[in-house]
Design a protein. Structure first.
Length: 294
């Protein structure tokens, strides 16, 4: 496991949990970490699945079932559990993302203020010497300059909660030089020159940088680039969701990287895994949420 332990009681609110692929990592995390799970879905379906998975004895102890007849009712109940502080992490099960996130954004729950919600993924790559964060590969489609700054801030907070004191940040693009023909390069230059003083956490920020330069000091040397970030990057910031998502899936499916991902920017982490994620990915994502929860 590439994510460390955090000695803190954690309670998860899981929206639409009646699915074996959702329940398996939850059962594992209960057994290994002693967390508490509030499972929201059809009660009889949940009870049947938990018994079939050998976890029936957890009902009424580590697991509390909250009956919900449909997606909307489940989303409301899951958010109520978080808003009332009975849970400190929200997790998506089989509920459509649009229904859950629409509920998250409602002012009545008090979970969102002025911060931007953004997707942060943590990768353990076989050929790299440390874990690396990537943002945003799953939430903001075409972030503005201001939104990119907030995405960086969310990633920096995540890195600090993981114990990285002065994260090195690469603002990615297809080239290493600024050109008006490629807006991602001009945005990267402005964000890098604004310096860490404009962000909430100490950091080293460089851009625009190509992915090979960010990840390899040799690549930077061959291109004649002087960089503090090259070959030692902690955070990769994608210019848009297309490039971020392609990089995310390339690292997982082609490079054999292990991954954990969460939505940041709310008062609590949101585990928003996709249907294609493995049980191990879901388990790692829950662990990441536990590590960065307040």
């Amino acid at each position: 496991m590439f994510i460390g332990d955090k000695n803190k009681m954690t309670a998860l609110s899981v929206c639409r949990a009646a699915d074996p692929e959702v329940l398996k990592p939850l059962i594992r995390i209960i057994e290994e970490k002693g967390v508490v799970c509030h499972l929201v879905d059809d009660q009889s379906s949940l009870e049947s699945m938990l018994h079939s998975l050998g976890a029936g004895h957890m009902i009424g102890h580590a697991i509390t079932i909250h009956h919900a007849a449909d997606d909307q009712e489940a989303a409301v109940r899951a958010l109520e559990l978080v808003a009332s502080r009975e849970s400190n992490i929200l997790m998506k099960g089989l509920v459509p993302t649009s229904i859950l996130m629409k509920e998250v954004l409602k002012k009545e729950y008090g979970l969102i203020h002025t911060r931007l919600l953004s997707h942060v993924a943590l990768f353990d790559m076989p050929n790299y010497h440390k874990a690396v964060l990537l943002s945003d590969a799953g939430m903001n489609i075409a972030p503005t300059l201001d939104q990119k700054g907030k995405i960086i801030d969310n990633a920096l907070e995540c890195a600090h909660r993981l114990g990285v004191k002065r994260p090195k940040v690469a603002l990615l693009s297809a080239v290493d030089k600024v050109t008006d023909k490629m807006p991602s390069t001009t945005d990267a230059e402005l964000l890098a020159h604004s310096g860490p003083k404009n962000f909430g956490f100490d950091s080293t920020i460089e851009g625009p940088l190509q992915f090979d330069v960010a990840i390899s000091e040799d690549a930077a040397r061959h291109k004649g680039l002087a960089s503090e970030v090259a070959g030692d990057v902690d955070i990769l910031i994608a210019p848009n969701i297309e490039s971020g998502n392609i990089l995310y899936k390339s690292l997982v499916y082609s490079a054999g990287a292990r991954v954990a991902s969460v939505i940041t920017g709310a008062k609590m982490p949101i585990v928003l895994t996709s249907r294609a994620d493995s049980a191990e990915d879901r388990y790692n994502s829950i662990n990441l949420a536990m590590m960065i929860s307040k």
